[in-house]
Design a protein around this ligand. Sequence first.
Ligand code: SF4
Length: 287
Amino acid sequence: MRSQIHLPEEYKNLLTSKRNLSEVGEMLSGKKHIHTVCSEAKCPNIGKCFKSGTATFLIMGSKCTRDCAFCAIDKNPTSPIDEDESDEVIDAVRKMNLKYVVITSVTRDDIEDGGAEYFNLLSSRIKNEFPGIMVETLVPDFRQNISNLKKIEKKNIDVFNHNLETVKELYPKVRSKADYGFSLSMLREAKSMGMTVKTGIMVGLGETEKEIGELFEDISDAGAEILTIGQYFMPTKNHYQVQKYYLSEEFDALKKMAEGIGIKNVVSGVFVRSSYNAYETYKGVKK
Ligand code: SF4
């Protein structure tokens, strides 16, 4: 029988404020076709990000063609991208008075280029309509085809992000339709295209320290300049079981380890998510 892993005491002070969630809900009211990851995932950092003018939009619908064991998103999209979606994103960016926009998506293996062209068009629209705004694209693997990635134009984005999520050894268990080597090659290719490259991982899935060290080496070799590290939480009791809750000092140690390996900007903590404090982190890169 599996022993119960208890939530550490230090985690309990960091609960999401309902007020912040409802503020975002009001901003988006009437928008049927868009979702912010911030409110959908009830992200605990929503207040902080929102105050700093950052929000993360989930595009290409809310259903995914993959089945990662840690993810609660609905599966099996049946419809093409909604034509109203991009207009609603633009309208929300205007209404929320954002400085930094993160665009991310479900994986759409049912679309020929995995959505690469759409990412590029929407980033371009945001850049054109809101001069001075910063755009980060947190992309899926575009059907594991590098020529699709090349549709993303550097001029339309400030940060290229693709999450590795976990160590290579756990891919078959938790990210079975993804390919670790290909995801790394996405980071490498984006770097060679001159982009600022970012990736993110979760810990607590059963990775070993040695495997984490090798992952950091791979990330550094691929040229990523920004790395986010956060704790995995089970979205429901039917999802992949948390194997360990890391304490704050362990997140600090992971940050030191990654920096020691050569990754310049590492954000590490229990509730750190890919887009956590993205604007501040980006400013750090540009110093
Ligand atoms: S590809 Fe992304 S959205 Fe789809 S199941 Fe995996 S983590 Fe969830």
